[in-house]
Write a protein that binds this ligand. Structure first.
Ligand SMILES: Cc1cc2nc3c(=O)[nH]c(=O)nc-3n(C[C@H](O)[C@H](O)[C@H](O)COP(=O)(O)O)c2cc1C
Length: 190
């Protein structure tokens, strides 16, 4: 069941091998529009490590799962449109590739398509601490219009559980995509 009003959007989701797979699962569970998914090799590995889920377990949550090796995929070309692409979580490796124009996987190639076609691209980047190259790559992408979100969950809604913390962070990602977040800061004061 969708919990959004803008559910006709076509969204491409890339999951890479950074820590933060629970964010990806929570994002997919929101059922926002038509969601297509690709996991990198390390994305699959970290998904299993952090959530116990395999690619097949995610299948019911999405329209289709594509191989990250499939560079002949429709989304490798700018002729097939998607409204937004989200890389959640995004490794420093994937961010560096995209910032350098390297599109050797479906995730990186589609991100480059998003850049060249000026489509919304959101990257939930996770590493700690950051090497200088990460700041440089993030700045470069940000100047190109990419929304770079460090995977840093907020505490101001006083989450009682890990799931709540994850959901509140996913609200931020959902918000920048133009969907209604579940919780808003002091909305009742409006
Ligand atoms: C358990 C685990 C956790 C990892 N966490 C991170 C991370 O938080 N950030 C990061 O940039 N790389 C992390 N890595 C390393 C990436 O998986 C590695 O750089 C890989 O080449 C990324 O490739 P991809 O972007 O194509 O998935 C982690 C690797 C493992 C095995």
């Amino acid at each position: 069941m969708s919990d959004t009003t803008a559910n006709s959007k076509r969204i491409l989701v890339g999951v890479t091998g950074a820590s933060g797979a629970p964010y990806a699962v929570a994002f997919l569970r929101r059922q926002l529009g038509d969601v297509y998914l690709a996991l990198s090799n390390w994305g699959r590995m970290v998904m299993l490590e952090e959530t116990g889920l395999q690619e097949d377990d995610l299948r019911p949550l999405v329209q289709k799962i594509f191989s990250d090796k499939d560079l002949a995929n429709p989304f490798s070309s700018g002729s097939n449109t998607f409204d937004a692409m989200v890389i959640i979580p995004c490794s420093l490796t994937t961010m560096a590739k995209i910032a350098s124009g390297i599109g050797d996987t479906l995730i990186t190639r589609s991100a480059i398509v998003a850049l060249k076609e000026r489509r919304r691209l959101v990257m939930v980047v996770r590493e700690a601490p950051w090497p200088t190259t990460a700041f440089e790559n993030a700045a470069r992408l940000s100047r190109d219009g990419v929304i770079v979100i460090p995977a840093s969950p907020p505490f101001y809604h006083s989450p009682g559980t890990l799931d709540e913390l994850v959901e509140q962070f996913v609200d931020k990602v959902v918000g920048v995509l133009g969907f209604e977040p579940r919780k808003k800061w002091r909305e009742d004061a409006l």
